[in-house]
Design a protein around this ligand. Sequence first.
Ligand SMILES: CC(C)(COP(=O)(O)OP(=O)(O)OC[C@H]1O[C@@H](n2cnc3c(N)ncnc32)[C@H](O)[C@@H]1OP(=O)(O)O)[C@@H](O)C(=O)NCCC(=O)NCCSC(=O)C[C@](C)(O)C(=O)O
Length: 352
Amino acid sequence: MTDWTDPDTFAQALEHVETREKGNCFEDFAEGDVIEHDPGLTLTKWGNEAWMSQTLNHDPAYWRPDAAADRGFEEPPIHPDYLTAATLGITVEDLSEKGGYFLGRTDVRFAQDAVYPGTHMSVESEVVNTATSSSRPQYGIVSWRTRAKDLETDDLLMSYERTNMIPRREPLETDGGATATEEDDDNDLPETFVTPEGGYFEDFADALEIADEENGAVAYRHERGRTQDDVTVAQLPLATLNTAKQHHNVDVMADSPSGDIVTYGDVTRSTALGHARSDERTWREVGFDDESFHTFVTPGDTVYAFTRVLSADDDASQDTAGTVQFQHIAFNQDDVPVYSGTRTAEIQKRSN
Ligand SMILES: CC(C)(COP(=O)(O)OP(=O)(O)OC[C@H]1O[C@@H](n2cnc3c(N)ncnc32)[C@H](O)[C@@H]1OP(=O)(O)O)[C@@H](O)C(=O)NCCC(=O)NCCSC(=O)C[C@](C)(O)C(=O)O
């Protein structure tokens, strides 16, 4: 009788059987397709606190009832970064489990009302664009508009548009990508860099005024760094039901462009944002645009953050805050940018 567990026999069996595949290839997406993501997810206090603690998002309003009440919340709410990561996590099984990297995201917007633990989410995505990658014939580039809603009330919780490289079933003949253009090494970095004196709205507004007078920029780095480990690389994405092999299958990833598992893009950006928020009085997150992931973050890499303050506006949803626009850049231990994006946030005013 055949012993199926004999290594030679088993190797032959593996060669002959079909693999029950997961996920979709580039060819499976057509513009206008709407995909309802089945897993759903209940946003829990545990998931929220695990995400916030490990990404160094330690704003007390998301941890302590008294600090939450001071901010006008009924109880410590779900953090916007965890909401974003959980929304994207649920979509991975349908959109990107096949592999291919998260390239960027824009138009990230949150509902005005806070989201609380216990909220059941339903998430759907629409294919908004499919494109050929001229430099990487094994991949196409797909963009989706994703919306997360409260399953019970149908209220919109957040939405964004994201772009990924997605493997093709059949590699394409291409021209091998654009020919290298002459590098433009002119940079227009200013001579003066101003650091705000504190983290209140007025500190950012004053720093912008000083920078303006001196033809400088408000730009600074944050001291904290977070080295990537098993918790950040594998555990946090899995806790959002993100099934992308990039984060937990070392065997498959050894053969991929990164050669290793990589940190979930939302962990990288949330960690950098956590560093930035530790130097400011965040009141409320409004949205993010032009987010890009420039290169891989792998286990052992350390994520640091750099901030530029772009503008400060006295208006906000409440008198207690003003609105500040930032550009945040996450970078690694070799000072190489790994993520960048603009962020609009309401920042508490000193007078309150
Ligand atoms: C992927 C790498 C190797 C390609 O690096 P490269 O040097 O080969 O090329 P590139 O020029 O940066 O980009 C390749 C193509 O993508 C295009 N492209 C680029 N960005 C955008 C964008 N925003 N929107 C639209 N298109 C974009 C770009 O124009 C180019 O088109 P071409 O082939 O026709 O010339 C490099 O960019 C890289 O290492 N990026 C970091 C990727 C990463 O680590 N992402 C986060 C982790 S993966 C993840 O979180 C997964 C997730 C969340 O679980 C899940 O989606 O399932």
